[in-house]
Each structure stands twice: as C-alpha cells, then as structure tokens.
Write a new protein. Sequence first.
Length: 358
Amino acid sequence: MSIILTGTWAFAIMRMNLADAAPLSQARCEQILDEARCPIEQVRAIRRRVDDEALLGHDRSLWPRLQHLDVLVPRPSADRQLEGVKIHTHALPLAPESLVRVRGDFGLGNDAFITSPALTYQLLCARRPFPIAVLLGLEILGSFHRIPGEGGRTCYDVAPVTTHAALSKGIADLSQAYARSRDAGLKNHAPVGLGVCQRALPWLKEGSASPMEAALFALLCLPIRNGGYGLPFPELNGKIVLSWRQERLTGTRSMRFDFLWRDVGFAVEYDSDAYHVEGVTPEKVLRDKRRINAAKIAGIDVLTITRDTVMKRTSFDLFASELAQRLGKRQRALSTRTLMARADLRDLILYGRRGRSF
C-alpha cells in the first residue's frame, strides 16, 4: 500500500534531495495513485522521521512540523477523518513522471512517493487567484521556502525545487494527458488548478531569494490590466563580474543585485534593514556606500527601496514611476478600473486580502 505526499511536504523533500531521480512511466504513476491510501502506520512513521534529531544530516528547519500531512488519494475515503492529515483527491489521468519515489534511506521503505513539482504546483493553485499562483511559482523556482502555519517562518538559501523549463514541461504533460483522456471519450472534469498554472507560467522567473523579492517582482512586472506596472523582467539576483581594473578599484570580483536590468545598466536593491532603526549602523551605511560606488564603477546605477516604501501605496507608486522612467517605459493615464485592480493586487500580495479584481 503506497502513500503519496504533496503540498509543502513534497517541496521540502525535493529541496533536501530526498527524492529518487528514477523516472516513473505514466502507467506506473496511475497504478501507484490507484493503490494510494493514507494508512495510519505510515503517517506515524513519517512523523517519527520528522522528529528524528539525526534526520540524515539534513536541515530539519525545512519540515512543516506543526502542519498537517498533505496526502494524495484517488478518491474520497474515511481517511479524511485522520487527525493531522489533509486529504487531496486526484482521479484524473496522470502524465509520465507525475509521481516521484522518496528515497529508501528516508526510512519509509519503497512505498512512499511525492507529487512532481508540476503536479504539486497544480494542486496548490487550485481555486487560487492568478497573482498568488505567480508568487507560488516564484517560490518554487527561488531559493526561499515558506512554511505555513508557523507564524510565517521562512527558510533562506535553499535549493530551488525545479527550473522554469522543467516546470513548463511538467504542466504541458499534465495538460496533454487530460486532453488525451478527453479525446478518448473519458468523462473527466477539467483539472482544477491547471488553467491558472498555465496562465502564470509566462510570468515566472528563476532566482528569487525572499518572499519580499517575489512580491516586488509581481507588483512591478505583472501586466497593467492585472494591477501591475508592466515593467520589463529583470534578472533576479543577477551577477555582474568585474574586470581586473574594476576589481582593483573596488576590491571585489563580482556583485549581485536583487533586480538587474543588465541591458540598460540599472539595478534595484531591497533594503529590509532600513525599516528598523537598530539595523542602520555606521558600518552598514559605509558598506552600502562602498557597494553603490563599486556598482557605479561597474557601470550599474542602483536604486534602493525599503520596506517602508513598499508598504505605503503613494511612496511605492512614486518609486515605480521613477523606475519606469529609468527603464524607458512610458507611463500612461490609467482608467478607474485599472487603478482598482492595482489596489486589489497590493492588498492581495502584501496583506492576503482578496478584492473584486481577483
């Protein structure tokens, strides 16, 4: 009897490299799903492994320890009543490699699986608005890992779950599997969450290092009709390698910027410390000045944004207008409907409040 973990649990296992790389065929994936259950013995075994202080030397902070287990089954069952378990159902045909085996050294034998990045993304996006799907996609492709239910705790400097190319291929494979079943005359409903995933894919970018970077990217770069500013995509945490002469002048070999528009020689840095008085020390001020001077020598103009600016609507609008001007993006008069969409997007991304636009 197999158990299939999904949601945050699947992402944690992927980030810690506890997933088996051997691909599973479509037929095998569908067989595993058809046999999948949520036996209490395996649930207890998983919790014992998570509570193990010597968990294979991996970073235990990635585990959503206080959260429920997200388990995938083919149909509703009495397992829905298990305490600490959230059951997800998925009876549609699966694509090849939709499931991934958990490595045997995790201690669950050969009957534990997780959903692939694409299938996990689809399941998590079900009934979520487009901007939230974009934020989730940026997290999957980024180096931060949010753990829900624990006061908003976030882990940083972790391995990305997947790449944009692999995620796009996985979503396309799921769509094709559904289309083939529909053409074969099977009466399946459209997969919930697949449409918003496909819509979000063009607006995803690899390299985001924090939730605020992801939020800023969405606010600045999503289409104007969706409440964004429609700015060109930057490189997220883009790297500049300095010449030998520039290195001699600056004392550094390379630099990274939160948002880098390389072709126009412009960058934006998010300064979270500036929001807190205790974070602004003389040493930090001197370090920031040296960094800005080094960037200028490298031919990069840097604009800094603080949390205070982000959270104040008028200040952020002025910042975005200046940024658009620096990037050569013409700003036009906006309709009342577009202004409402912009306000709704801010409320959704920064505060989690869903307005009329979404």
